[in-house]
Structure formats: structure tokens, C-alpha cells
Write a protein that binds this ligand. Structure first.
Ligand code: FES
Length: 200
């Protein structure tokens, strides 16, 4: 193992990367109650998350990704942590909590750890839809970015999923930044991150 690898990643990250938990194998008969897919296949970082749920409690999990070491380690940790959790608690887990459990991630790799989180929330959204509660948790734990118009990071994420790819497209869908304009910098940074994750 090179010294660069040792320097960048904690022992916990290395353990989860080399021995990832709950990875989906096409050979096993895993009957998921819900699935979520996210990522940008052109960047090679697509993620699939599968859940077994009983009475709104996550009983089992599988996932698969073409992501990097940070995405693999983060999702492996996430998949262990959410077993036995309610779908509501799992929906509100923050990528930073997972990064902390991993003993930290290099700064330029934090966005990779978001991939598992997004795929998990897509799977829970899929479960909510199947059980007649579409969008029930959407704004829980959301951060208000545009205080003038009460627009959150989740609204920006949703706008990107609906096709917004630039500032004009985001404004068309949300009207963000059309009052004082003070939210533009933060909103554009989020827009950039979400386009990277969900863009085609
Ligand atoms: S904070 Fe968004 S327009 Fe004022």
C-alpha cells in the first residue's frame, strides 16, 4: 500500500473500502421493497440502494456502486448504520455524520459520500410512493437557502432532478434569488453539486 493511500484515508475508511458491508450480489435472492438510483454514469459514480422495510423500519439493505473509495466506504458505513432504523430517521441522516464515523474524509472527497445518502433517500422516497405517502419527508432536515422565498436545498435538488441545469433553469422552476439576490452564491454552489450528481 502506498504512503499516499495511508495518508489520505483513516483505518475505518480503508476497512470499509476493502471489505464493504451489504453489497448487492446478483447471485443472491434479495427481494427489495424499494429501490433508489442516483449518480451520473458519465462520471462513473452511479449508486443503487435497495431496502427491505417492515412497519417503516429498515430490516435489510443492499447497495452497489461504480463510485470511488470514499463513496464505497461511506455507503458501506451508511448501510450498517441504518439497519433497524425507522425510514424517517434514516432519511434525515447527514453525510457529515457518516464521515465522522469513518474518522473523516479528505475535503475534496466529501461530495462522493453524498452519493449513498442521495440513493438512500431516493429508495425511501420510492417506498413512500409505494405506500401512498409520496414526498412525505421531502422538506425534513432541509436547509433554507433563500430566506426571501423560503427555498431550501431540497427544493434546489428537486429542481435539478426535474431538469434544471443552470441558474436560469433553476430560477424558472423555483424563482430563487429574484428578491434580494443574496442567496445566489450558495444556491449556485448547490446547483453545481446536484448537477454533478443528477445531471445527464
Ligand atoms: S435570499 Fe434569495 S432572493 Fe433574497
Amino acid at each position: 500500500m502506498t504512503s499516499a493511500f495511508s495518508w489520505l484515508y483513516s483505518d475505518v475508511v480503508k476497512d470499509h473500502f476493502t471489505n464493504p458491508r451489504n453489497v448487492f450480489s446478483p447471485d443472491e435472492d434479495f427481494k427489495a421493497d424499494a429501490e433508489g438510483m442516483t449518480g451520473n454514469v458519465k462520471c462513473g459514480d452511479q449508486m443503487l440502494f435497495m431496502l427491505k422495510v417492515e412497519d417503516d423500519v429498515i430490516k435489510d439493505v443492499r447497495w452497489k456502486t461504480y463510485g470511488c473509495a470514499s463513496a464505497i466506504a461511506s455507503t458501506s458505513m451508511l448501510s450498517d448504520v441504518i439497519k433497524g432504523m425507522t425510514i424517517r430517521d434514516a432519511y434525515n441522516i447527514k453525510p457529515e455524520d457518516i464521515a465522522t464515523r469513518l474518522g473523516g474524509l479528505p475535503d475534496n472527497k466529501i461530495h462522493c459520500s453524498v452519493l449513498g445518502d442521495k440513493a438512500l433517500r431516493a429508495a425511501i422516497d420510492n417506498y413512500l410512493e409505494k405506500t401512498g405517502r409520496a414526498g412525505a419527508f421531502r422538506n425534513e432536515g432541509a436547509k433554507i437557502v433563500c430566506t426571501c422565498l423560503n427555498i431550501s436545498d431540497r427544493d434546489i435538488e428537486e429542481a435539478v432532478k426535474q431538469g434544471a441545469r443552470d441558474w436560469e433553469g433553476l430560477q424558472e422552476r423555483t424563482k430563487i434569488g429574484t428578491v434580494c439576490g443574496g442567496c445566489r452564491k450558495e444556491a449556485e454552489e448547490l446547483l453545481h453539486d446536484y448537477v454533478h450528481i443528477f445531471g445527464d
